[in-house]
Design a protein around this ligand. Structure first.
Ligand SMILES: Nc1ncnc2c1ncn2[C@@H]1O[C@H](COP(=O)(O)OP(=O)(O)OP(=O)(O)O)[C@@H](O)[C@H]1O
Ligand SMILES: [Mg+2]
Length: 235
């Protein structure tokens, strides 16, 4: 049976841009695919992207399904069934935002998705736990012998002067990941929370072009299946 698709946004490290990227990807894909086909599930107790996206939402295309350690089991089952239901429409795309930390077995939800978008800054304080997280997800994929979800690292809040990705690539050598081109630090992005208008206010900035390129990459390579074909060709 043909299924819808989903993008999981996650990192055990907090404050790296998970909710920001979730909300901007929601806006990007709504414009690309039409409003009714794009949905967002916020699994973080804080509900940041659920609140951010309220001005853009229509009907029930955004949901808040908090998963925390305290009542983990039950809400994980809820999240799992909600995501499966959302994916049952072959045209649908669901973006899942998650909280920092290791909330129980949320990784099982990630395994249902086409990719995991992993934002990080290039500071070592963020990179170290990020690499740890990537390694763990890569191992889980290997033990399940699956090429999806693709692991896509997105360097975020990168100052224009800092374009050297070698520290990142040096530490990821053995791992099966894609490193996306970096997203700049932009004050407009930091102040988007008041009345969220999506990517529009950033138009004309470097960030806008960078983010559009990221969306295009996810659309043209990951969701289209082209990245899968490359793995198939190599196996
Ligand atoms: N490219 C960027 N430029 C400037 N500020 C940014 C950028 N990306 C994110 N931010 C800011 O960084 C802060 C943290 O972002 P965000 O809330 O998206 O992170 P998070 O990973 O979801 O955090 P949490 O772990 O708490 O859920 C926010 O104030 C956000 O506006
Ligand atoms: Mg968040």
């Amino acid at each position: 049976m043909e299924q819808g698709q989903s993008i999981f946004v996650g990192n055990i490290k907090g404050g790296v841009g998970k909710s920001t990227l979730t909300s901007l990807l929601f806006d990007y894909f709504m414009k690309k695919r039409g409003q009714r086909k794009v949905q967002m599930v916020d699994a973080d107790r804080q509900g940041t992207s659920f609140e951010l996206l309220e001005p853009l939402a229509s009907g029930d295309n955004i949901r808040h399904v908090p998963v925390s350690d305290r009542f983990d089991g039950l809400s994980l089952v809820t999240l799992d069934s909600i995501l499966r239901r959302m994916r049952s429409n072959p045209d649908s795309l669901t973006i899942v935002d998650t909280g920092a930390g290791w909330p129980g077995n949320v990784w099982q939800i990630a395994m249902l998705c086409e990719c995991i978008i992993i934002p990080t800054t290039l500071s070592w304080a963020d990179l170290r736990p990020t690499i740890e997280f990537v390694r763990e997800m890569d191992e889980r994929k290997q033990s399940l012998d699956t090429v999806t979800p693709h692991l896509i690292i997105v360097p975020n809040k990168v100052p224009p002067s800092q374009r050297d990705m070698s520290m990142l690539s040096d530490n990821l050598k053995e791992l099966n990941v894609v490193v996306a081109p970096p997203l700049s630090d932009l004050s407009i992005v930091r102040h988007m929370s008041a009345e969220f208008k999506g990517l529009e206010p950033a138009k004309g900035t470097r960030f806008y072009d960078e983010f559009t390129r990221l969306g295009d990459f996810i659309n043209d390579y990951v969701l289209s299946g082209r990245l899968n074909q490359m793995y198939d060709a190599n196996s």
